[in-house]
Design a binder for this molecule. Structure first.
Ligand code: PRP
Length: 212
């Protein structure tokens, strides 16, 4: 069995922050800072191998064991419910899952609500808990356009600063759940590489404590 700890990092701005936390936890990998197009980096001395993947794919790598550890948004975990352990809230990448609509939108409970979203399961669970019938329109991005063009009544999407909504003249009408980045582990990896995973977890947890 591979003795190295395989860690899937989400590519992008959040990923840079996440790597900085692993580095501060004592699991640095200096070659990752070299600016090239490589996607896999390792530091055999520390026993870590990092790879950059699309943020929404991190949970797939971890669930299937290609990565022992990874960092994924709570949005992805709620939407896809991967079979992984959620070890730690890293307290970064904070945003919320919200329902938004045009400011003149008035809900008519007697009509089926048209909801555009990338997060079909989160939206369905939310409206099921309210006992509301909805018609889901699954989109892959630029969700904010849907209510403007009359494709949907509302959207369910991630809101961070609120700028995207504001610039498209939409307003939050309900918050579904707060979101942040979570450390996740493959279930088998957690068992067989437990000592090292615990060390990583403690190093990261110390930093989330500091940030509180
Ligand atoms: C997300 C989300 C919103 C935006 C919210 O999109 O879908 O469009 O960020 O951020 P704000 O409240 O700070 O404006 P993201 O940039 O992640 O890309 P996506 O369109 O692929 O979802």
């Amino acid at each position: 069995m591979d003795k190295m700890l395989n860690i899937a990092l989400p590519k992008g701005r959040l990923g840079e922050k996440v790597y900085a936390m692993f580095e501060a936890a004592g699991f640095e990998c200096p070659s990752i800072k070299e600016n090239n197009r490589k996607l896999i980096f390792e530091n055999p001395e520390k026993g870590v191998r990092y790879f950059w993947v699309k943020p929404s794919d991190v949970a797939i790598y971890v669930e299937r064991g290609a990565a022992d550890l990874g960092v994924a948004g709570k949005d992805i975990l709620l939407e896809y419910r991967p079979e992984v352990y959620e070890l730690l809230d890293l307290n970064i990448g904070k945003c919320r899952m919200a329902v938004a609509a045009k400011s003149d939108f008035r809900d008519n409970p007697n009509r089926t609500l048209k909801v555009a979203t990338k997060f079909t399961n989160i939206a369905l669970n939310h409206y099921t808990s309210l006992g509301r019938d909805i018609d889901i329109i699954h989109l892959n991005g630029s969700i904010e356009i849907a209510p403007i063009l009359g494709l949907s009544d509302v959207i369910v999407d991630i809101v961070e600063t609120g700028t995207t909504l504001k610039e498209n003249k939409l307003e939050v009408i309900d918050t579904i759940v707060p979101i942040s980045a979570r450390l996740i582990a493959n279930k088998t990896g957690f068992k067989f590489k437990n000592e090292m995973i615990q060390a990583v977890m403690n190093g990261l947890a110390a930093q989330t404590e500091e940030s509180k």
